[in-house]
Design a protein around this ligand. Structure first.
Ligand SMILES: [Mg+2]
Length: 150
């Protein structure tokens, strides 16, 4: 499915613009809700695995947000190490360590969002749409002096 790009918006008859707007809204809702379903799946799996309960008493855990963010960092560091060594993953040896560690990071992020009732699906799609309209993200502006080079 093609992502609708704000960069190619040209004057069009009103009905075509309306169709494009409706399709863009559909895309945002579809992908946002897909991410939300993934959050539910991953957080439910983490709860069933006991990550949100005390291992000895079974009581619900109030996990430290800073610690959870640090664990997300640790997955990114593992991905970097995988890139440095061009390594395969230990647990899924048919896959690159880079992609498995990035998957671990996404799993941690989405589990966190599920635990804290964050609408990450909506936020991702809203921020993506906003970014597509940003003047400082357009190639012509990025190429100028003081523009964002990366
Ligand atoms: Mg890992």
């Amino acid at each position: 499915m093609e992502i609708v790009d704000e960069l190619d918006v040209k004057p069009r008859p009103i009905y075509l613009r309306k169709q494009k707007e409706q399709f863009k809204a559909f895309q945002e809702r579809f992908f946002g809700e897909s991410i939300t379903r993934l959050v539910e799946l991953l957080h439910d799996g983490a709860k069933k695995a006991g990550w949100w309960n005390d291992v000895e008493t079974g009581a619900p855990l109030e996990r430290n947000k800073g610690e959870l963010i640090a664990l997300m960092h640790s997955e990114l560091s593992e991905a970097l190490e995988g890139i440095r060594k061009d390594a395969q993953d230990d647990h899924l040896p048919h896959r690159k360590s880079e992609e498995v560690e990035l998957a671990d990071c996404i799993i941690r992020i989405l589990d966190y969002c599920g635990a804290h009732n964050l609408d990450i699906g909506g936020a991702v799609m809203e921020k993506f749409s906003y970014n597509m309209t940003r003047q400082d993200h357009k190639p012509g502006n990025r190429a100028k002096d003081g523009g964002k080079k990366f």
